[in-house]
Design a protein around this ligand. Structure first.
Ligand SMILES: *[C@@H]1O[C@H](CO)[C@@H](O)[C@H](O)[C@H]1NC(C)=O
Ligand SMILES: *[C@@H]1O[C@H](CO)[C@@H](O)[C@H](O)[C@H]1NC(C)=O
Ligand SMILES: *[C@@H]1O[C@H](CO)[C@@H](O)[C@H](O)[C@H]1NC(C)=O
Ligand SMILES: *[C@@H]1O[C@H](CO)[C@@H](O)[C@H](O)[C@H]1NC(C)=O
Ligand SMILES: *[C@@H]1O[C@H](CO)[C@@H](O)[C@H](O)[C@H]1NC(C)=O
Ligand SMILES: *[C@@H]1O[C@H](CO)[C@@H](O)[C@H](O)[C@H]1NC(C)=O
Length: 780
């Protein structure tokens, strides 16, 4: 077998919160060694073979045992070990070793949102009742762990743990077997890869538990969003109050803690979690994390490899799209076998009034419950008037750290303006707090996600309101303002819109695979939180000041991902035999393109524009429609393998994805556009191109579907045949779509739709085309 070693650039993977924590860097000394197809069915034999292989390099079996962090043995064979660079190179040359890659560090990226999606217990024949609230499905969450005492994880109404469940409840600091129950049926934790990179976790620096217990809050938030039970009167600082619940409130949870409080998650740990989850028997894996750009190839990326093995076993894998929007080509987690989720806004807002000394009022957004008593007038000041003598005026205006003079700020409200160089409200809050200010107004590009700062009341406004405050300040010698308490308002904000921060397509790795796949709520989402998470802030606020949140409002594609995971759990409960591709197709082809007012959905950005598939894939999720899609675009492992061949990967690289050894007989790139996705993307249309698709009838009836096309601008589209007739023996039918370019210039991407309609179902897929002119390249 050909040896293969590729050495990655070290990079950071981030929890996909809208605000991403920076992280210390480490020099890589953990390597993941892939051995492709598993040769023994007995896991112990697989593990012994790993020790044997490494003994040859390290000189003894003891040294080998010492160095191996994980043996991966369920889906595929391989191990993670601490090695020097030269040992890693030697390992790559051993027979049976396919690929050696350095460990990579990943980062993490209501419940109004479920009502907003019409996923309510009282909707007759809705997906929630038909799916028995997800009873029978197991959702695996790979994240920062769980706070098991949260009310969302009580097990009163939960069914008995199913005999098919192979998982365990792994004990550790502050977590014992009694913390698992009939809701949290499994819990494991993985720290070896992380500690091998960053050294031992030290809980005297920061609160953390060497166990499944969550010290961050992120994993508790995502788990409760996907599958939390009902909690009455949940709220954050008294705001967003209401019944909190997950999408599949009767689904079981299996927790895989792979991300740690100092920030980041190790790919060696993540791969071990995938290996275990596949063995344990989860139905859905929810992954609100990812690596940074540039994207690694599908045969190098751990999330892509781990999810491939899971999907091959029928497990759906749902990933966040990333928070690097609104710029194009920023989407991550782009493998065609996963569901990649963009974030959208909901109809809930948190208006907070600011009253000026002249009694005029403007409205911003905040989580301000009045505890700090800014409900009386305070002087308001701005950067240039309160800067330290050596600070640049622009930096002070944006409240960059160290630019404000404490003598001039103490006891005042500061207004800061976001700049190209200082975008962060959190940085401004910290600067104003450190300088003794009592409140912050942060003027920024208008977006709907509201952030919360510890220790200082904070209201965000858009630039226009910020400017009107400035006008008032300039006209008055002693300008003053006061804050009103935040209100929670529902139904008075047009929604959904694609969130500003949500990462956009096309995929920079494979533009013919439309990403993201779908949009779901990810802005200002209320869910359970870890009450000790705030303790990491002790250096900035006094301990008696720390609020102990059991629920928190957060924004990010991290929050939208578990919405889809919950919906997948409901779909699995209704259609247990559907493949991950069929489930994804059902979600994508039934998605909505309209907001609540029947207007086209808008994408936040610069400026607001009508959303397109690179913002939201198929559209905004419509769970009640997803359970009866009519037709699905299904796929099998062999389809994905053909796609990998067309990507140009070699046999040995592909064999680590696929247990059956692979020979790419046909590497033709036509398989890139012919992959049976519920979308067609032609990144390079010259004169014309014909692509094929196959649809499977999943409703019990005989039916006749007719094609209808909205052609992308500048193209003509023909569908053949234009009618599909299904009966009880003809369940799968193929069709061809031909695109003709009518443009004579280098085109932009343009968008259309293909509908199959039988009078009951509307099965829609997006069409995305970009015309390419040869001359355009010839001249450059
Ligand atoms: C196969 O691909 C891998 C990773 O892309 C590469 O490192 C390796 O050298 C290739 N092997 C052959 C035999 O071309
Ligand atoms: C498990 O932890 C709980 C509290 O979290 C404690 O009350 C109980 O005694 C512990 N059980 C065992 C067996 O250690
Ligand atoms: C943890 O860190 C503290 C202070 O940084 C140090 O005093 C202590 O020895 C460390 N503990 C361990 C177990 O490394
Ligand atoms: C603002 O309103 C208050 C109460 O209505 C009033 O007492 C005060 O005189 C007003 N101030 C100005 C400047 O109009
Ligand atoms: C801060 O402002 C005070 C009062 O105007 C002034 O005396 C002092 O020099 C300033 N300090 C800095 C660092 O700018
Ligand atoms: C379904 O349609 C095909 C093609 O028209 C036909 O050959 C077949 O007999 C039909 N099956 C049934 C059960 O009607």
């Amino acid at each position: 077998m050909a040896p293969a070693a590729s050495y990655w650039l070290f990079s950071i993977i981030c929890l996909v919160l809208a605000v991403c924590q920076p992280l210390a860097t480490a020099s890589s000394n953990v390597y993941i060694v892939y051995m492709g197809e598993r040769r023994w069915d007995e896991p112990q034999l697989v593990q012994d073979s790993h020790h044997q292989i490494l003994s040859d390099i390290l000189g003894s079996k003891e040294a080998a045992k010492e160095s191996i962090l994980y043996s991966y043995k369920h889906g595929f064979s391989g191990f993670a070990a601490v090695l020097t660079h030269s040992q890693a190179k030697l390992t790559a040359d051993l027979p049976g070793v396919v690929h050696v890659v350095p460990n990579r560090i990943l980062s993490l990226h209501t419940t109004r949102s479920w009502d907003f999606l019409q996923l309510k217990p009282n909707v007759e024949n809705g997906i929630l009742s038909k799916g028995h609230s997800g009873a029978g499905s197991i959702i695996g969450v790979m994240d920062t762990g769980i706070w098991p005492e949260s009310e969302s994880f009580k097990d009163e109404n939960m069914g008995e743990i199913p005999p098919r469940w192979n998982g365990i409840c792994q004990e550790g600091e502050g977590f014992n077997r009694s913390n698992c129950n009939r809701k949290i049926i499994g819990a494991r934790w993985y720290v070896k890869g992380y500690e091998a990179e960053f050294g031992k976790l030290n809980s005297s620096d920061r609160v953390e538990f060497l166990s499944p217990r969550d010290a961050v809050g992120h994993g508790t938030h995502t788990s409760s969003t996907a599958a939390g039970g009902m909690v009455k009167d949940a709220s954050f600082l008294g705001l967003a109050q209401g019944l909190a619940r997950g999408g599949a409130p009767l689904a079981w949870l299996a927790i895989y803690k792979i991300c740690w409080a100092p920030g980041g998650c190790s790919s060696a740990d993540l791969l071990a979690a995938f290996d275990d989850a596949t063995f344990d028997g989860v139905d859905v894996i929810s992954l609100s994390l990812g690596s940074s750009l540039p994207l690694s190839t599908y045969v190098d990326d751990i999330i892509s490899i781990g999810s491939f093995h899971a999907v091959a076993k029928g497990i759906s894998v749902v990933c966040s799209a990333g928070n690097s929007g609104p710029y194009p080509q920023t989407v991550i987690n782009t493998a065609p076998w996963v569901i990649t989720v963009a974030a959208s806004t909901i109809d809930r807002a948190f208006p907070t009034a600011i009253t000026m000394g002249n009694n005029q009022t403007v409205v911003g957004q905040a989580f301000y419950n009045g505890k700090e008593d800014l409900n009386k007038f305070y002087p308001i000041v701005i950067g240039k008037d309160i800067a330290t003598f050596d600070a640049d005026e622009g930096s002070a205006r944006s409240c960059e750290s160290g630019t404000l003079n404490a003598t001039l700020v103490r006891g005042k409200i500061v207004i800061c303006f976001q700049s190209q160089f200082q975008r962060s409200a959190a940085t401004a809050a910290r600067t104003v707090l450190d300088s003794g200010g009592v409140g912050l107004i942060f003027a920024k590009f208008p977006t709907k996600d509201v952030h919360f700062s510890f220790g200082i009341p904070y209201i965000q406004v858009d630039f226009a309101i910020g400017t009107s405050l400035l006008t008032y300040m300039e006209a008055n010698r002693n300008p003053i303002v006061k804050f009103s308490f935040t209100k929670t308002v529902i139904g008075q904000q047009i929604s959904p819109e694609v969130a500003f921060f949500s990462s956009r397509g096309p995929s920079s790795l494979s533009p013919s695979v439309l990403k993201p796949d779908i949009a779901a709520p990810g802005v200002n989402i209320l869910a359970s939180w870890s009450p000790v998470s705030n303790l990491e802030q002790t250096d900035h606020v006094t301990p008696n000041y720390i609020p102990q949140f059991n629920f928190k409002v957060e924004s990010g594609t991290s929050m939208s991902c578990p919405h889809i995971s919950g919906i997948v759990a409901l779909l699995k409960a209704i259609h247990p035999t559907w493949s991950p591709a069929a489930i994804k197709s059902a979600i994508v082809t039934t998605a909505s393109l309209k907001d609540e007012y029947a207007q086209s959905i808008v994408a936040e950005g610069a400026p607001h524009k009508q959303a397109d598939p690179f913002d939201y894939g198929g559209g905004h999720v419509d769970p009640n429609k997803a359970m009866d899609p009519g037709l699905v675009y299904d796929m099998e492992v062999s389809d994905y393998v053909r796609f990998l061949c067309a990507m140009g990967y070699n046999n040995s690289a592909i064999s680590l994805m696929n247990r059956a050894s692979t020979t790419c007989n046909d590497k033709s790139t036509k398989f890139l556009v012919n992959l049976n996705l519920p979308s067609i993307t032609i990144p390079e249309l010259k004169k014309s191109i014909t692509v094929s698709r196959q649809v499977t009838n999943v409703s019990p009836m005989n039916s006749v579907y007719t094609a209808r096309v909205q052609a992308p601008a500048g193209t003509t589209v023909r569908v053949e045949p234009s009618t599909l007739t299904f009966n009880s023996t003809r369940k799968k039918l193929k069709f061809k779509v031909t695109f003709y370019s009518r443009l004579r210039v280098q085109g932009r991407y343009s968008f259309g739709n293909l509908f199959w309609e039988d009078g009951i179902h509307v099965v829609r897929i997006p069409l995305i085309v970009r015309t390419i002119i040869d001359e355009f390249y010839a001249e450059t």
